[in-house]
Design a protein. Structure first.
Length: 291
């Protein structure tokens, strides 16, 4: 059985109108997602706007989510940071706070050499918490290819990969060349991923539509292609927004449409042009018209 199985929501961070972290709303969001059947929570990722937080805010967000989950679902904490030393500190904090694992990017500030990436993950590995390596070659400078992951998988605590390349062929190659669990990392492969062996999905749009996300992933894992495809085609226009650099604004607006508002994004993320909101609403209305 996979360690990180099912739908893990990369949760947004709610803010007040004055851009303060809304910890009460964060707790309510965790409850909303768990009550709608999600399998795990992933705070302080890119969707959670970790880079805009102070260290104190970020630590409190992690602690709030773990407390809200109360052992009902695992919490996998985003540990990205500018230096290896800082990332190690966030992994240590996650372990001490009671997280089930961490989602760990390679070095993020420049294009690192292979031995630098390996040394980075080796340092994270020493903390002793299960690691989901995060491959996102679109937003960062390194591609954790299946051959590269085969080298990283030799570290005992690297147990899974969040695969965000957008190439479904990667799932097959990772499973063939490594012992890692594959978690699809982009919403618009949420059908194809589980059909071809991904056991988890670190998701964005299910912040707003958790029931639909869980239903889709379960249908796909069960091989119910016809039923899964019908639902997926309704969700897909909305899922495409998860693959955009403006995913945070987009998903927070989806949550507003779902009657679960979570406040604004922190600058430098600003409100989107009106045409973008109209496109999101059209896709949202189409998604919820399914049944």
């Amino acid at each position: 059985m996979a360690r990180f199985e099912g739908v893990y929501v990369a949760i947004v961070t709610p803010f007040t109108d004055s851009y303060e972290v809304d910890y009460k709303r964060l707790t309510e969001l965790c409850e909303f997602l768990i009550s709608n059947g999600v399998n795990g929570l992933v705070p302080t990722g890119s969707l959670g706007e970790y880079a805009t937080m102070s260290n104190e805010e970020r630590a409190k967000v992690v602690e709030t989510v773990i407390a809200a989950a109360a052992g009902r679902v695992p919490v996998v904490v985003g540990s990205a940071a500018p230096s290896t030393q800082q990332a190690v500190a966030w992994v240590r904090h996650a372990k001490e706070a009671g997280a089930a694992g961490v989602m760990a990017l390679p070095p993020i500030n420049y294009k690192p050499l292979e031995h630098e990436v390996i040394a980075h993950y080796e340092a994270l590995n020493t903390v002793g918490l299960p690691i989901v390596a995060y491959n996102n070659p679109h937003d960062y400078k390194i591609d954790l290819t299946p051959d590269f992951l085969a080298k990283l998988s030799k570290f005992e605590n690297i147990v899974a990969v969040k695969e965000f390349s957008g190439d479904i062929r990667r799932v097959h190659d990772i499973l063939a060349k490594t012992n890692l669990e594959v978690m699809i990392g982009v919403d618009d492969l949420a059908l194809e991923g589980p059909l071809f062996g991904a056991t988890g999905w670190i998701s964005g749009v299910p912040n707003a539509l958790p029931k639909e996300g869980v239903e889709l992933f379960n249908l796909a894992r069960q091989g119910k292609v016809k039923e899964a495809s019908e639902l997926y085609r309704h969700l897909l226009p909305l899922f495409h927004f998860d693959a955009s650099p403006q995913l945070v604004q987009s998903i927070k607006y989806m949550m507003e449409l779902a009657d679960f508002p979570v406040g604004p994004t922190r600058p430098p993320r600003l409100p989107l042009p009106e045409a973008d909101y109209q496109a999101i609403k059209k896709a949202y209305d189409f998604a919820v018209s399914y049944k």
